[in-house]
Design a protein around this ligand. Structure first.
Ligand code: PMT
Length: 327
């Protein structure tokens, strides 16, 4: 049966918005390098499993995208996200046996570095009398763990880190990542914790040089960023297990908004979080459930991502089994 005209129109509008976005985006400088790294990573992790079907691979997005206001960018609109959620989740995904593509905002939190101070180089190290550099006693365990665990994950081919800054880079990279992820079917997961710009200035409408501060009003037209979640589910990687996030500051509207996103974008789960309590508790909204997930407060160093990733990993396994049965 044909879709009603309204929904056909909406689909066409989205398709044309998506096309306009990618047509106008400045091409990625290191596109070929990224593709090469990704193909190698996915190939490696598709061979390396004991059961012969390859590892589960998750793409974790983390940090906020920027929307530049000038082509030679001095000013931009930013999105709040420290990258803590994405970095912490990456560690738990690795523990749960996943290979992780970590698509992160340059300068945001990194996996295995959460227990280091804000300025690790200056605070964790000191010069000895002979001007050798040594780790300060107070940080020696944290530094050793960060270096050993990080190198172990990267060197064994289980962690691939890809940085972005702008919305143009982020969405082009997400599209590139989804291509080889599509080929691994239900083994792929997208965990979309990045805070993605809702509005942007199309590249062709953007002034080249720094906007001058002479006038009293800054008149810039921002247009909506097409929600790529539907495109990801429908075209880019239709068999992948997809988790998106819903962030609100008003807890009264949070769950309804999460439910709306679940249905509208056909997600497998939406993780609902409120800004002020996001490190303590989240609610995982699926088609049949609303599950509250909390940090274990009796353990000082527990994170809400610990039970969250356990739950999502179980749901992903069940999804893979269901997909096998339906083949
Ligand atoms: O990084 P932290 O400081 O630890 O904080 C973590 C977090 C609060 C940022 C994280 O848990 C979170 O909620 N991330 C999503 C925030 C967000 O942008 O929500 P949203 O309602 O604007 O978007 C919902 C979903 O749509 C997101 O999964 C986003 O990736 C996606 N999106 C958004 C806009 C857009 N144009 N396209 C998208 O695909």
């Amino acid at each position: 049966m044909d879709a009603p005209n309204g929904s056909q129109d909406t689909e066409q509008t989205l398709d044309s918005q998506v096309k306009a976005f990618f047509d106008s985006a400045p091409p990625l400088q290191n596109r070929n390098d990224i593709i090469q790294k990704l193909n190698h990573f996915i190939q490696l992790n598709s061979l390396s499993s004991e059961n012969g079907i390859g590892k589960r691979i998750v793409c974790v997005t983390s940090g906020g995208t920027t929307a530049p206001l000038e082509q030679r960018c001095v000013r931009y609109v930013d999105n709040f996200s420290s990258g803590h959620r994405g970095a912490t989740s990456t560690e738990y995904f690795l523990k749960a046996g996943y290979a992780v593509i970590f698509l992160y905002r340059r300068g945001s939190f990194q996996p295995f570095c959460r227990s280091l101070p804000d300025d690790p180089l200056l605070e964790c190290f000191e010069a000895t009398e002979g001007l050798n550099i040594q780790v300060c006693e107070a940080y020696s365990k944290a530094v050793k763990t960060a270096i050993v665990d990080h190198h172990a994950a990267v060197d064994s081919g289980l962690l691939l880190k890809l940085p972005f800054s702008t919305i143009f880079e982020y969405l082009q990279m997400l599209q590139i990542i989804s291509k080889p992820m599509k080929d691994i079917g239900p083994r792929a997961m997208f965990y979309l914790a990045a805070a993605v710009s809702d509005f942007y200035v199309p590249w062709k409408d953007m002034v080249e040089h720094k906007i001058q501060s002479g006038s009293h009003i800054l008149d810039v037209k921002l247009v909506p960023v097409p929600k790529m979640l539907s495109v990801l589910r429908k075209d880019w990687a239709p068999l992948a297990f997809c988790i998106s996030f819903k962030l609100e500051t008003d807890s009264n509207i949070l769950l309804n908004k999460a439910r709306g996103a679940l249905e509208k974008y056909n997600m497998h789960a939406v993780v609902a979080n409120e800004l002020s309590t996001r490190k303590e508790q989240v609610v995982v909204v699926t088609i049949d459930d609303k599950i509250t997930v909390q940090r274990d407060k009796s353990k000082a160093d527990d994170d809400v991502e610990n039970p969250l990733i356990k739950l999502l990993s179980q749901r992903h396994s069940a999804y893979i089994e269901d997909s096998k049965r339906m083949r």
